[in-house]
Design a protein around this ligand. Structure first.
Ligand SMILES: Nc1ncnc2c1ncn2[C@@H]1O[C@H](COP(=O)(O)OP(=O)(O)O)[C@@H](O)[C@H]1O
Ligand SMILES: [Mg+2]
Length: 413
């Protein structure tokens, strides 16, 4: 149980961490790329402006006189193109020239492909009359830009992986630290239950035997006194079985590995059905067994008997006069499947999950005198879990219930 909580806690923790890291990474990457992009455009714009300011205009046409920029402004990664007003290339310099026509509206262009090139186009304005006489396009290889982004991605990815590994280790330590006090207090609670019910045994025994002794010599007693002693005896019996149940439940989880004997399930079930026959007959319930083959499992005979006694007991108790109860058992593959089926009052769908809870009873008002205390199914479930099995229930109100137990099978020696 605690393993599961611990695991869930760790999962939540990692999920939150991943989402925080993810948001952070995306934010860093977006901001970084945007600012790098802006820088590139600014640089190209400056280069283009320089080139545009330095052309000569003759009769409304631009002239590129010298290779003014070839050495000074243009380094290996940059290039310049001059266009006339019609968009025809007049001159170009540099290696990374866009293979794209002049842009219509956008001044920034990016040529995709193996090596990306970005270009910024600026108008050349005649300083005398303010008319546009041509265009200058400054371009640049994006190789370095892409390299930087790649490096960033690698760094961020590596960082995330490292952070996750470290925080997983931290998370395991953290969750086990957090669970420790809870586990301890749970253990103490169990120990208390076990101790308390153990301590209650002897005073109960004393009351029981005193009542029995008094009832033995009932002749001189008033009849009403005898009735009272009988009531004391029956209440004491009730309390004894309740404390025994509590003790069993408290200990069941402590003993992680129950006894591992070869248990003859067929025999146990046949005996139980035989034993409960008289109880069934008084309620005119048809109690029968349908057992296929010889069924064996590894475990504790006393506990397994207790498990099915509880289930059959419930089936008889919650089935009205004239109904029927059937115990079916068979082996399928490596598992034994045992059904305890009744035609009783059934369990409401919203209560199906609760029936296995300690002290839970559908009819809370019912007095202890009917025999149960709401621990029967809790004990059954704890025994099944101790044997590496599974217990489930299906039920329909007014039609009946079916408790199914699955246990790992064993071959007889
Ligand atoms: N076969 C059944 N049919 C209908 N209700 C059942 C059946 N078995 C158990 N229940 C319901 O589940 C509750 C818990 O069962 P259990 O743990 O055996 O306690 P108890 O029998 O002492 O009440 C019962 O009080 C009853 O309401
Ligand atoms: Mg019961």
């Amino acid at each position: 149980m605690f393993e599961k909580i611990r695991y869930q806690l760790l999962l939540y923790y990692l999920a939150i961490l991943v989402s925080i890291l993810g948001t952070f990474t995306v934010a860093v990457r977006v901001v970084f790329t945007q600012s790098l992009k802006k820088q590139t455009v600014e640089k190209l714009t400056a280069l283009g402006q320089g080139a545009a300011a330095n052309v000569e205009v003759e009769k409304g046409k631009i002239q590129v006189t010298s290779d003014l920029y070839s050495k000074t402004l243009i380094d290996g990664d940059h290039a310049l193109e001059w266009f006339d007003i019609q968009g025809n290339v007049i001159a170009k310099q540099g290696k990374y020239i866009l293979k794209l026509p002049l842009p219509g509206k956008d001044k920034v262009q990016i040529q995709t492909g193996k090596k990306r090139v970005e270009g910024v186009t600026l108008p050349v304005i005649n300083s005398e009359n303010g008319q546009v006489v041509g265009y200058v396009r400054a371009s640049q290889s994006l190789e370095e830009f892409d390299e930087n982004i790649n490096k960033l991605d690698l760094g961020l990815g590596g960082g995330i992986v490292l952070a996750l590994v470290l925080s997983s280790v931290g998370g395991v330590i953290l969750t086990s630290k957090a669970m420790q006090p809870i586990e301890e207090s749970f253990q103490r609670l169990k120990q208390f239950t076990a101790d308390a019910s153990h301590e209650l045994r002897s005073p109960l025994m004393a009351i029981k035997s005193n009542a029995a002794v008094a009832l033995k010599y009932a002749e001189g007693m008033r009849e009403s006194d005898a009735k009272k002693f009988q009531a004391i005896a029956s209440a004491t019996n009730q309390m004894t079985s309740l404390t025994e149940d509590l003790l069993l439940l408290a200990r069941a989880d402590q003993i992680l590995t129950p006894k591992r004997d070869t248990v003859n399930l067929t025999e146990i079930l046949n005996n139980l059905v035989q034993l409960d026959q008289s109880q069934a007959q008084t309620k005119q319930i048809n109690l029968k067994a349908d057992l296929k083959g010889s069924l064996y499992l590894l475990g504790d005979t006393v506990q397994i008997t207790r498990l099915f006694a509880n289930l059959i007991d419930n089936a008889l108790q919650y089935t009205s006069v004239g109904g029927s109860v059937e115990v079916q058992a068979r082996q399928t593959g490596a598992y034994l499947y045992i059904n305890v089926k009744d035609t009783g009052i059934g369990i409401a769908p919203e209560h199906l999950q609760q029936v296995f809870e300690r002290f839970w009873r559908a009819d809370q008002a019912r007095s202890y005198r009917d025999g149960g205390s709401g621990l029967g199914l809790a004990i059954a479930q704890s025994i099944v879990h101790n044997h590496g099995g599974l217990i489930t229930v299906t039920s329909q109100m007014g039609v009946g219930s079916c408790f199914t137990v699955r246990l790992p099978a064993d071959q007889p020696l």
